[in-house]
Design a protein around this ligand. Sequence first.
Ligand SMILES: Cc1cc2nc3c(=O)[nH]c(=O)nc-3n(C[C@H](O)[C@H](O)[C@H](O)COP(=O)(O)OP(=O)(O)OC[C@H]3O[C@@H](n4cnc5c(N)ncnc54)[C@H](O)[C@@H]3O)c2cc1C
Length: 240
Amino acid sequence: MGSPVVRRSPVHGGVVVAAQRLTPRMRRITVRSDAAVGLDVRPAQDIELLLREASGRRVKRRYTIRHARQETGELDLDVLLHGDGPGARWGEHAEPGDPVEYQGPRGKLELRSAPWHLLVGDESALPAIAAIAEALPAHELALAVVEVEDGDDELPVAAETRWVHRGGAPAGTADRLIAAVTDLAIADGARAYLMGESRAMVALRAVLEQRGIDHDAIFVKGYWNIGRPDRLAGRTPAAG
Ligand SMILES: Cc1cc2nc3c(=O)[nH]c(=O)nc-3n(C[C@H](O)[C@H](O)[C@H](O)COP(=O)(O)OP(=O)(O)OC[C@H]3O[C@@H](n4cnc5c(N)ncnc54)[C@H](O)[C@@H]3O)c2cc1C
């Protein structure tokens, strides 16, 4: 018997063609790549950027494809400037002309039909929540519940949106989002999508199951881990 074939996702080359500040803490970086010409992107799929830590070590960081323009091969990535990390640093400093390497698109989220969709997350998931809201059929209702630092972080979402302001408290704990969903009227047949800090999303899932949403109707994805760099994100219970 031969050894199993390991298929690695190919690395694509691209270039930054635009960078603009969307909010004080979010920058939209547009990457153009031949591999993205004609590419079919599903809502909330992402690419994995190959970046370098300050030490020079190579790391990967995932960013949602907020918009894809098939004709030109352009991908808009909305990068949260949360502080220190190779991804946040790239988002802060990327400028037109910078070369980029990435793998993907990735992402397993499948939008299924439902009368009501609940989209919950923090600002790292705001690009995914906005993309999902835009992709839902007009007759399917959606409510977004998004935690951000303050009103300056709010961006348009094509759904009714409840903004939860942290107001200086540390990011990544579940308490404020749990409080925000506790009194919601949950429609029969609801589906939920939870994207944000890994443990916070697991805690939120338990609350929503108690509120009557089926386990199988809840998509959970850990986007980052409090106090830890992203290299361990795939090993949390919330990762998918
Ligand atoms: C499928 C997927 C899609 C994603 N899409 C986006 C996107 O569109 N836009 C986006 O901004 N992020 C997105 N993320 C989250 C992003 O990949 C992580 O936040 C990542 O950790 C950022 O890397 P970094 O190098 O900046 O920080 P890291 O080196 O990973 O972490 C450094 C420190 O910063 C903290 N940290 C990391 N992320 C955050 C955060 N969001 N808020 C507060 N503290 C943080 C860590 O806990 C750690 O202490 C996505 C993640 C996944 C899995």
